[in-house]
Design a protein around this ligand. Structure first.
Ligand SMILES: [Zn+2]
Length: 106
């Protein structure tokens, strides 16, 4: 169950970063690790592929230092989903009281 929750957070991270600049798998694995999400390529790549299939990301191959890398950027639908997720996350945090100094969420 916890995994299900975090999968949503992970997708929001991916969309967020793919909105700012083109991202690739290894970059995202390291970025997510910095937030405490330990993902293997075997877990991350299917998530990227699925987001692309669903129309939230688009990808292109680029050759960087002799290696072929697939770069992902958010589509307009992806940006829209991110805005919606942001709105919902804010609402959730408000309800949990995480933004209120009178209550600490541990
Ligand atoms: Zn992030």
């Amino acid at each position: 169950m916890i995994r299900d929750f975090f999968l949503g957070f992970i997708k929001i991270h991916i969309l967020h970063h793919a909105t700012e600049e083109p991202i690739y798998g290894l970059y995202m694995i390291q970025e997510l690790a910095s937030h405490g999400y330990e993902l293997s390529p075997g877990t991350l790549y299917p998530i990227l592929h699925k987001l692309e299939d669903q129309g939230y990301l688009q990808s292109e191959k680029r050759v960087v230092e002799g290696k072929v890398r697939r770069y992902y950027t958010a589509t307009p639908a992806g940006e829209e989903a991110l805005i919606e997720a942001y709105t919902k996350a804010r609402e959730l945090l408000n309800e949990l009281g995480a933004v209120s100094p009178s209550r600490e969420v541990r």
